[in-house]
Design a protein around this ligand. Sequence first.
Ligand SMILES: C[S@@+](CC[C@H](N)C(=O)[O-])C[C@H]1O[C@@H](n2cnc3c(N)ncnc32)[C@H](O)[C@@H]1O
Length: 231
Amino acid sequence: MGKFAQRRIVRKLDLELFLSKVNPQPSPKAQLEQYTLSEQTAANILHLAAYTNGDIIGRSVLDLGCGTGRLALGAAYLGAKEVVGVDVDKLAVKTAYANGKQTGFSAVVQWVLGDIGAMNGCFDTVLQNPPFGVQRRGADRAFVMKAIEVGEAVYSLHNHPKFDPRLIKQLKASNGFLQVQPEPFLESFVEKHGGTIKAVYAMLMVIPRMFAFHSQQRHEFVVDLYVIKKH
Ligand SMILES: C[S@@+](CC[C@H](N)C(=O)[O-])C[C@H]1O[C@@H](n2cnc3c(N)ncnc32)[C@H](O)[C@@H]1O
């Protein structure tokens, strides 16, 4: 376990506070869909993975498309044994490295600059918030394939298939997430590539206005967290 690994259950609020210190992309690129995960959504994912499923504490964790390292550093904070974060963007990896140093986790997390396609090895857990394919259709599929190839348990975030105001209302009244049905295409894609979907959780995600084509100051939408196990 890392030097600062937690020996107690970390409250979600404390985890959010830690994640808020992990700086976001200084100049995000639209074509790479460099949206930083909000600390609330990241905390929901990490809490579920750590305390509902036992997939973080003492585990080896890979963060595919790590950006500036929110999921990777959150996993280290909760007590992952070792963590690797990989991203194709030089500035993202440079910022992740600085975030690792600043939060005191440089000894637990390694940062790799490169395409996810070049990653190999075997990890207990893969966490990923891939490009949703808004800029390049199907961009998330390569992430799903790679995650199942190198990981035993996979936590993969995807766009909710449709706008659903009722679900948004229910999520606001919930403690952060609600179980929903998998999207049929993704379900058969996961099966075909050696995985089984164990659960899907809808969560609210809020991002500030980042790119010229964003029409609102703040965009609120639903994302689905797929929990997948390798066959
Ligand atoms: C939606 S952002 C998520 C960033 C971070 N994981 C987070 O949640 O805050 C997707 C990330 O994937 C990276 N990315 C996109 N395509 C990639 C590829 N083929 N290989 C590695 N990283 C990639 C982008 O640079 C970007 O940082």
